[in-house]
Each structure stands twice: as structure tokens, then as C-alpha cells.
Ligand binder design. Structure first.
Ligand SMILES: [Zn+2]
Length: 352
């Protein structure tokens, strides 16, 4: 600005600064180029369905599959499936972005953040802190997605630091010189190989890992973190015949995006929050199960050795599937689908 008068005009009277004319963001463009990439992922119908359910209720998702099966591409497309941020949410995200001075850290207005910290990241880089109380990756991912690729390569202590923010949606950092709270309400997406060599469960290749190597690999997965990943899905390598098959009729991802937005708004109207954030009391009023369904679930819980937290997460997931299918009540098939996302054979094989 050239003069103090111009400053006063701007602050008191809202005069528009030269070169800073407000411009309506092109929201359509934000999501459509991401969705175009998703259209390039061949096959993987189960993974695509799971991605939609995760998006529809804000649930955390783990993808397990060999290198090159499309896990990263699928993960990157999640922000494109989520509705644009509301004005007040966009302000929160922009405020966070404005206090961070990482070079090249930019966010598009009303677009959800997508953060992909490298597996060498420290706990401070992930959750925040340090001498200057820097917000961490989880705060930069607020209202968006945090993607942890190669989950088993992260140091266990680093992943344990995620437990508190995953429950609370915020992080409290205490140091000798300060104590502060940062928002950290994010959706967690993770990916990993099924074993160190990457070929476990692959019909085309034999796995060359020794039992000891598999055991130590399984040991790198933090149980409490795994418990908080509601959907665990296999993303298998495609057989050559599937790769060569002509592309089936194109999926209308914009229509799917609208369907996801509709399911989310049903939840927000009903409980003021997404299903993934429902508390225990809200669970009882919004996720009512019939006696038959409760008995069936209790049986599954026993068979799978599921924790109480695990069972609550399954019920919330079933509620989301029902919302996505526009059902007022949870159907038994919704419940079964939710349970199926909890039991991943590749994971079970690792822990055998
Ligand atoms: Zn292997």
C-alpha cells in the first residue's frame, strides 16, 4: 500500500487493495483433476468401494498390497472424493497454513489438505512441538487426510504419538517453556506391503520371507494404532489378463462424490458430526441394532477376538454403510460388510 490512508480505508471500510481483488475459487476444478486420476486405476473394485465408505463417514483406512498395485494412486484420490470445506473450515485450514513457513506449503481455498510425511519423520515433525512450538503434520492435515505410506517403516514411537489426536481430534504439546493445543482432526490413510519382500498372498510370485522376518515385520505394527484403522483392505497385484482387459464402462466419479457428500450431510444433520466421531452414548441412540443382529455381532466378536473398541468401530462403520445406501436403519448386510473390512487375511497371516 502506498499510504496510511489506504491502510485505514482497507481496515475500516473494506476497500479492496490493488492486486488483491477477491476471485471466486474454481472448486469444480479442484476435485475433478484428482478424480480423473482415480479413473485411471484399473480393477480394484473392493478397494474403490472401501474408499467410498471411508470418505462417507470419515473412517480411517489401511491398504495392504504389493508395490505397484495402485495403493498410492487410490490414497491420493481420497481428497477428491471428499466435499469441499465449508467457509468456516476453510478459514481454519488457511489460518494453520499461515503460521507455517515451510517453503512451498500452499493450500487451495476450500480444498482439503493432503499430507504425506515420509517414514523417516520424527514424532515432533508428525505431531508438532520443538523449541518454536511448530504445528506438526497432523495439524497441517486438519480437516483433511494424513497419508502414511509404508506404515511399517515408521518408528513405533512415532506412530504411538498418533493415538491421542486420533481420539481427541486435537493435540496438546507440553514442554518446559510452553503448553499449547493444536487442532488435529484428520482422516488417517495408511498403506503397507503384505511382507518385507512384498509378495505374500500374491498368486503370481512366491513370498521369499522367512518366518522370523515375517514375525519381526508384524511386530512393527502398533496394535493400538491398528485398532483405530476401521477398514483394512487388500489391494492385490492385477493379473496380466486383467491389465490387458479393455476398460469397462467409465465410473461417474462426480456422481459418487455427490453421493458421499449426501451421506455426510445426513450424519451432520443427525448428530452434528460424522459417524467416525460418534461417542459411546451417541452410538446407542443412532446405531440401533435388532436383537438378532446383536447376537450375530457378539458371536463374530468372540470368534475374531475383537476388542470392545473394535466392535464399536464396526457398528459406526455399519451406520455409515447404511447412510451411504440411504437406509434409515442398519441392515444385516451393512453389518456384515463392516465386519468384512475388519478382517483382512493378509494381516491375520502376519500375526499367525
Ligand atoms: Zn515375503
Amino acid at each position: 500500500m502506498r499510504s496510511l490512508v489506504a491502510v485505514i480505508d482497507h481496515v475500516l471500510h473494506g476497500a479492496v487493495l490493488p492486486g488483491c481483488e477477491p476471485r471466486a475459487p474454481n472448486l469444480q476444478e479442484n476435485s475433478s483433476h484428482i478424480l480423473q486420476e482415480l479413473a485411471l486405476v484399473r480393477g480394484q473394485a473392493c478397494a474403490k468401494r472401501a474408499l467410498q465408505i471411508a470418505a462417507a463417514g470419515g473412517h480411517n483406512l489401511l491398504m495392504i498390497g504389493p508395490p505397484g498395485s495402485g495403493k498410492t494412486l487410490l490414497a491420493r484420490s481420497l481428497p477428491g472424493l471428499l466435499p469441499d470445506l465449508a467457509e468456516n473450515e476453510a478459514l481454519e485450514v488457511a489460518t494453520i497454513a499461515s503460521v507455517v513457513t515451510i517453503t512451498g506449503y500452499k493450500t487451495a481455498w476450500q480444498q482439503r489438505p493432503f499430507r504425506t510425511p515420509h517414514h523417516s519423520a520424527t514424532a515432533v515433525a508428525l505431531v508438532g512441538g520443538g523449541p518454536r512450538a511448530h504445528p506438526g503434520e497432523i495439524t497441517l492435515a486438519h480437516r483433511g487426510v494424513l497419508f502414511l505410506d509404508e506404515l511399517t517403516e515408521f518408528k513405533p514411537g512415532v506412530l504411538d504419538a498418533l493415538r491421542e489426536p486420533l481420539e481427541a481430534g486435537e493435540i496438546t504439546i507440553s514442554r518446559a517453556s510452553y503448553r499449547l493445543r493444536y487442532p488435529a482432526s484428520f482422516q488417517l490413510l495408511a498403506a503397507m506391503n503384505p511382507c518385507p519382500c512384498g509378495h505374500a498372498g500374491d498368486t503370481g510370485h512366491a513370498c521369499s520371507c522367512s518366518p522370523e522376518r515375517l514375525r519381526s515385520y508384524a511386530g512393527k505394527l502398533s496394535g493400538p494404532l491398528l485398532d483405530r484403522l476401521d477398514l483394512r483392505i487388500e489391494v492385490p497385484a492385477l493379473a496380466p489378463a486383467e491389465l490387458l482387459e479393455p476398460q469397462q464402462q467409465a465410473t461417474d466419479w462426480q456422481a459418487i462424490r455427490q453421493r458421499i457428500a449426501a451421506a455426510r450431510s445426513v450424519q451432520l444433520q443427525r448428530s452434528g458430526k460424522l459417524n467416525s466421531a460418534l461417542g459411546l452414548e451417541e452410538l446407542q441412540t443412532t446405531c440401533v441394532l435388532e436383537r438378532r443382529q446383536r447376537m450375530r455381532l457378539a458371536h463374530t466378536m468372540q470368534k475374531l477376538g475383537m476388542s470392545a473398541r473394535g466392535i464399536h468401530r464396526v457398528i459406526k462403520l455399519a451406520r455409515t454403510i447404511a447412510d451411504y445406501e440411504q437406509r434409515a436403519n442398519i441392515a444385516t448386510e451393512d453389518l456384515l460388510e463392516a465386519v468384512s473390512y475388519r478382517r483382512c487375511q493378509l494381516l491375520q497371516a502376519l500375526h499367525r
